[in-house]
Design a protein around this ligand. Structure first.
Ligand SMILES: [Cu+2]
Length: 185
């Protein structure tokens, strides 16, 4: 039965070829991942403090092709809705006026509800549950870490006592600054 044997050999060859291609594909994907991992800057860790300079957790900033991803992991906050923004100066001395105004390199108006908005540093409000602990993620689309947040005087991530109304100038009527973290290398 020479026909059957030939058929078997062909299918074995085809199977080996398929395996080889799968291996090559995996190897290519793995090296692409390695290349992008080395090209992307490492996430930036920001230590957050409250108005008594006590540590209340961290924020992690990651550069993406679409802006800066901000992951906060905080505790010891007052329950309720709080404004959270990127501010223009990397200095957190209570009551955190040292952080300056909102990060706003494009000189826009404040607030997502403003047609002439929003600031690069504007972010959606942070809703803190009863236990004062919160994990949340935001993306600041119009901001980059290198050469933007990390300019000569750095930048800061600031949490306010009240919610941002997304329209009042210059900072959404968000009240006192209750937490702050310096964004630096
Ligand atoms: Cu603010």
């Amino acid at each position: 039965m020479p026909m059957i044997r030939t058929g078997l050999i062909f299918s074995l060859l085809a199977a080996r070829l398929a395996f080889a291609q799968a291996d090559a594909g995996t190897a290519a994907a793995a090296s692409a991942t390695a290349a992008s991992a080395t090209a992307a800057p490492a996430p930036l860790m920001v230590k957050m403090i409250d108005a008594k300079s006590k540590s209340i957790g961290t924020a992690t900033l990651t550069q993406t092709p679409h802006g800066v991803l901000i992951s906060v992991d905080l505790h010891g906050l007052t329950p309720g809705v709080h404004a959270i923004h990127l501010h223009e100066t990397g200095k957190c001395e209570p009551p955190f006026k040292t952080a300056g105004g909102h990060f706003n390199p494009a000189h826009k108006q404040h607030g997502f509800l403003q047609a002439e908005g929003a600031h690069g540093g504007d972010l959606p409000n942070l809703d803190v549950p009863k236990d004062g602990k919160v994990k949340a993620e935001f993306i600041a689309n119009d901001v980059t870490i290198e050469g933007s947040l990390l300019d000569a005087d750095g930048a800061a991530l600031v949490v306010h006592a009240k919610a941002d109304d997304y329209k009042t100038q210059p900072a959404g009527d968000a009240g006192d600054r209750v937490a702050c973290g310096v964004i630096q290398k």
